[in-house]
Design a protein around this ligand. Structure first.
Ligand code: NDP
Length: 492
């Protein structure tokens, strides 16, 4: 009865019911104690003789040991990839290449539950997201580029295209398998071979992907996986035998890589950070906008390069919008990534948690107002409460720097011109969101926003057919779509 009365009150209190635990079965994924490197279609012990641990950020338990590839290991991987490029893969009939990529896509689909659990265990993201976003999109990328493999002459009519050779690919920890798919699928479709370096905190799904390659009977040496830390990435970039570097990660490391490649005949694409504006006009459907704002910044704990981390609200709707947003925040469930009801999982690493805390402290010190809903966090592991800052000035660090965590900074504007000026006032230019019911206003904004992707009345939508990439310090080059083929081809 008490519950019915509560529901009938005008503003229902959030979290009226507790959810029963809904754990995904963990034992669907078999994790070995130790993993070697994947070179030439085989698992090999690292010549460096060094190993690292990967832990679960939700519990801090050790999940596995993996190899720390040194210079000699990287050299072996690159020469193997070269050999495989010259003696097989690049000369293979395109429909044959397509066949292997298609097989990989099918196997990812078939093993998606196992891979989703592995992703959530190793990286901390909610199973709902790895199951419903990362895995379907990873498979979709392979399906999509399998389709292009034998149609390159139609992608670039009247031009001769050739593969580049060996692609060195360095990926981050926020979407480990999905970033692997974004990199490997177009590279293989264009006839290149690959040496991929996953991030230190999330090697597991790349190591399981090695098994997917074997299952697909991909010719040995076409895909090679060298795990390790930043030094492994640096060895790979420095290696004289590579023809291309594709990097996703921080702007600082992106700049280091650019310096390293200066003067060398190595193609480069960089997908770096962002500080996207999610802009809400007073004619927007507010409830939908609130969902879009939440999806924009709290999805994947805010570990998203294109996260809508700056909310720009038109002044006339500021108060109702913030009230709705606060209420919605209090319904977010933070906790066990393997629980199917969890909305916000664990922060990927202690280092990232420290960085988030430091930036949040700077926001408070600089005078912004912080709101955090009441929220019980697990005792072990790395966690951060979904956070909303209001009263933020453009000069604040939390309005300028990428926090890469579940932290939203709110600013206001009066006119569309002011919205554009504030949105563009960062060193980044990866993405933006516009919420309004007027199509003409969307087009007006899109023309003026310096962002590689602009979402209208939605946010964080991805499709393998759609190009993705940045302006300014967010990097250059495009991944996805027909555009995503170009960085892997020599076109004449
Ligand atoms: P990094 O840029 O250091 O990591 C990205 C990848 O680069 C990882 O595989 C990393 O290896 C590798 N790497 C590190 N140093 C070098 C090097 N000198 N040469 C070649 N490769 C290297 O990002 P962090 O993990 O340190 O995150 C720091 C910040 O970067 C975050 O707080 C966030 O703001 C931003 N970031 C942005 C991402 C994006 O998608 N735009 C993704 C990740 C982070 P390893 O992990 O083994 O060190």
């Amino acid at each position: 009865m008490a519950q019915i009365e509560k529901r009938q009150s005008s503003v229902p209190a959030p979290l009226e019911w507790e959810y029963a635990p809904a754990p995904e079965a963990r034992d669907i994924v078999e994790i070995r104690e130790r993993y070697g490197l994947f070179i030439g279609g085989e698992e090999v012990e690292p010549r460096s003789g060094e190993w690292l641990d990967s832990i679960s950020p939700a519990t801090e338990e050790k999940l596995l040991e993996f190899s720390l590839a040194g210079a000699e290991d990287v050299d072996l991987a690159v020469t193997t990839a070269r050999d495989s490029f010259e003696n097989g893969w690049s000369g293979l009939a395109p429909p044959e290449r397509a066949k292997y990529i298609f097989r990989i896509a099918r196997i990812i689909q078939e093993r998606s539950r196992e891979l989703a659990v592995a992703e959530s265990l190793d990286g901390g993201k909610p199973i709902r997201e790895s199951r419903d976003v990362d895995l379907p999109l990873a498979a979709a990328h392979f399906f999509y580029y399998a389709g292009w493999a034998d149609k390159l002459e139609y992608a670039f009519p009247n031009r001769k295209s050739e593969p580049l050779g060996v692609a060195a690919q360095i990926i981050p920890w926020n979407f480990p398998l999905l970033m692997l798919a974004w990199k490997i699928a177009p590279a293989l479709a264009c006839g290149n071979t690959v040496v991929l370096k996953p991030a230190e905190t999330t090697p597991l799904t790349a190591l399981l992907f090695a098994d997917v390659c074997r299952q697909a009977e991909l010719p040995p040496g076409v895909v090679n996986i060298v795990t390790g830390d930043g030094t492994t990435g640096a060895h790979l970039v420095r290696h004289a035998g590579i023809d291309k570097v594709a990097f996703t990660g921080s702007t600082d490391v992106g700049k280091l890589i650019m310096r390293e490649l200066a003067g060398r005949d190595v193609r480069l694409t960089l997908e770096l950070g962002g500080k996207a504006a999610n802009i809400v006009f007073d004619d927007a459907a507010l409830d939908q906008a609130v969902e879009g704002i939440v999806n924009g910044i709290y999805f994947n704990q805010g570990h998203v390069c294109c996260a809508g981390s700056r909310l720009l609200v038109q002044e006339s709707i500021y108060e109702p919008l913030i009230e709705k947003l606060k209420r919605r925040l209090s319904t977010l469930r933070v906790g066990d990534p393997l629980d199917k009801n969890t909305d916000v999982g664990a922060i990927n690493s202690r280092m990232q948690l420290d960085r988030i805390k430091e930036l949040v402290a700077s926001g408070e010190a600089e005078g912004a107002e912080i709101y955090q809903p009441p929220c019980e966090l697990p005792e072990r592991g790395f966690w951060f409460v979904p956070t909303l800052f209001t009263n933020v000035a453009q000069s604040h660090r939390i309005a300028q720097e990428e926090i890469f965590g579940p932290v939203l900074s709110t600013l206001t504007f009066r006119t569309p011109e002011e919205a554009v000026e504030k949105a563009n006032n960062t060193p980044y230019g990866l993405s933006a969101g516009v919420w309004t019911e007027k199509g003409s206003r969307i087009l007006w904004m899109v023309e003026r926003l310096r962002a590689g992707v602009v979402w209208a009345n939605t946010f964080n939508r991805f499709d393998p057919a759609s190009p993705f990439g940045g302006y300014k310090e967010s990097g250059f080059g495009r991944e996805g779509g027909r555009h995503g083929l170009e960085p892997y081809l020599r076109l004449e």
